[in-house]
Design a protein around this ligand. Structure first.
Ligand code: 5GP
Ligand code: MG
Length: 184
C-alpha cells in the first residue's frame, strides 16, 4: 500500500509536499514572531492540528519565541466529510489565560464555526488578545464572520487528509497533505 494513490480503498492526490509544508510553517512562525506578542500561549485544537502545532511551536522557538502550549478538544463534525454545524467542547484549556496573548492553532478553516467558537471560548476566559492560525483555508462559503489572522495554504473545496488530518482517524500519519479522491 503506497501513500499517494494505490490505497486499497481510495486514492490520495498530493496537494502540499512535506517540504512545502515545512517552508510555510516557518514563514507562519516568522509572521507570528513579527507581531511581538509577549506572554504568548498557543492553544492547539485537537485532534487535527497536533502535528501542525508541534512543528509550529518548534518553528516559533527558532524565531526566538518561548510560547506555552495548551489544548482544546473540540468536535465539529462526526467523522464524516461534512461539518455538522454544532461545536462541542470535549476538553477545555487547563491554563489560566487571563490577560494572555493567545494564538489558536487549527488544521482547517472550513465553515469557520470551529475557530469562531474557539475564539469566543478563549475570549470569555479573559485572554488579552486572541489570534487565529490555520494551516489550510478551504475556499468555501463561510458560516462564520471571522477571518484567520495567519493562513498556511488556501485550498480548493476538496476533502484533505494527512499531516494530522484524518478520515475516521486514518491518514493522520502522512507527512504531506493530499486530497482524498475516492469515496469511503
Ligand atoms: P469548520 O468548523 O471550519 O467547518 O470545520 C473545521 C474542522 O472540520 C476542521 O478543524 C477539521 O477537523 C474538519 N474538517 C473540515 N474540512 C476537512 C477536510 O477537508 N479534511 C479533514 N480531515 N477534516 C476537515
Ligand atoms: Mg479540527
Amino acid at each position: 500500500m503506497t501513500a499517494a494513490g494505490g490505497l486499497a480503498d481510495g486514492a490520495i492526490k498530493p496537494l502540499y509536499s512535506e517540504e512545502a509544508i515545512a517552508l510555510r510553517v516557518d514563514q507562519l512562525a516568522s509572521d507570528i514572531a513579527a507581531r511581538r506578542l509577549d506572554d504568548l500561549m498557543v492553544v492547539a485544537v485537537l485532534k487535527g492540528s497536533f502535528i501542525f502545532a508541534a512543528d509550529l511551536i518548534r518553528a516559533l522557538h527558532r524565531h526566538g519565541l518561548e510560547p506555552e502550549i495548551d489544548f482544546v478538544y473540540l468536535a465539529s463534525y462526526d467523522g464524516k466529510r461534512v461539518s455538522r454545524g454544532e461545536v462541542r467542547v470535549l476538553r477545555d484549556v487547563e491554563s489560566d489565560i487571563k490577560g494572555r496573548n493567545v494564538v489558536i492553532v487549527d488544521d482547517i478553516f472550513d465553515s469557520g464555526r470551529t475557530l469562531a467558537f474557539a475564539k469566543a471560548l478563549l475570549a470569555e476566559g479573559g485572554a488579552r488578545q486572541v489570534l487565529t492560525c490555520v494551516l489550510v483555508d478551504k475556499q468555501v462559503k463561510r458560516a462564520s464572520a471571522i477571518t484567520p489572522d495567519f493562513i498556511g495554504f488556501s485550498c480548493p473545496p476538496v476533502f484533505v487528509v494527512g499531516y494530522g488530518m484524518d478520515l475516521h482517524n486514518r491518514y493522520r500519519e502522512l507527512p504531506f497533505i493530499g486530497e482524498l479522491t475516492a469515496s469511503d
